[in-house]
Design a protein around this ligand. Sequence first.
Ligand SMILES: N[C@@H](CCC(=O)N[C@@H](CS)C(=O)NCC(=O)O)C(=O)O
Length: 346
Amino acid sequence: MMRFVRIGALGVMTGLMAGAGWGQPAAAQTSGSTTLDASRAHGQVLCGIAGNVPGFALPDSQGVMKGLDADTCRAVTAAALGDAGKVKFVATTTQNRFTALQSGEVDLLARNTTWTLSREGNLGLAFAWVNYYDGTGFLVKTTAGVKSAKDMDGATICVQPGSSTELAINDYFRLNKMKFTPITIADLSEIHSAFLSGRCDAYSTDASALATFRFTQGPKADDLVLLPEIISKEPLGVMVRKGDDKWFDIIRWTFAAMITAEEKGITSANVDTFKDSADPDIRRLLGIEGDMGKALGLDSKWAYNVIKQVGNLGEMWDRNITPMGVPRGINNLWTKGGLQYAPPIR
Ligand SMILES: N[C@@H](CCC(=O)N[C@@H](CS)C(=O)NCC(=O)O)C(=O)O
């Protein structure tokens, strides 16, 4: 489904979304966000995910999409439409993800995507929040006996084209005056089998994905080692099109709501016990007073719906990433030594 198809020959957005020919509610009902209005008209938020990355977005045996990115999509949908179940997941690849967002095929992208200056400056897209502070790592075979990335002079490295990983490896080898041969493979399962079958000495991508890939090897996980060096900053962000600031705000403040809930100890299980809370921050968060949703074009229950249906940020982590054996580290709340800090909801 193409919602705002205005793509130029080079894949650059050449038009504004405002002229979209369908799904426009009467002027009196508009929220101030063309994306929110279209989502309401169609009863769906179209969310771009990877769809094949454990811990981030991967269907379970029942076909239910599971993962941190999948839950990010659900949280935004709960805020925007009041029902997390109205999310529609759209699988995107490392290479087509930006075009999918530019063209309107998706309303947001939650897909292991690193926030960089050139992506934000050149693509007509903006990063609304970081849902995982990551970094590039290297996975090698235990039998190779390599203990450090510094031992990899002359190595062949499997890497996905169009990823920021490619750039990070180039920088690292240049800085350390070492050489490597990239083997670029676009398809994820192909790159996995290339690495496992020994076509490359190392497989490089976001350390999160390496850890979850290793975890999914089961008893064979011990055959693979994640080297200690994390060679770049890869803040994985949630992206929207530029030009719909209200939609950007909804994504950003959905995260603020999930972080605030975690700060206050509010979870999906206990949120209803806070309905008589005397804490003004909690009362504003849950829409008991202040009607904070109005400024976002939403109702007063926007954040309550996110917390009740999806949970706070820590619950999202514990549900999706903790089972993969990855510690929360810098992804923790600022009060626990991490980077997640919410501006005040007031
Ligand atoms: N964070 C990096 C890497 C993103 C990336 O391509 N991640 C891989 C590793 S999990 C992925 O999503 N692969 C799934 C696929 O291409 O189907 C970026 O933004 O370029």
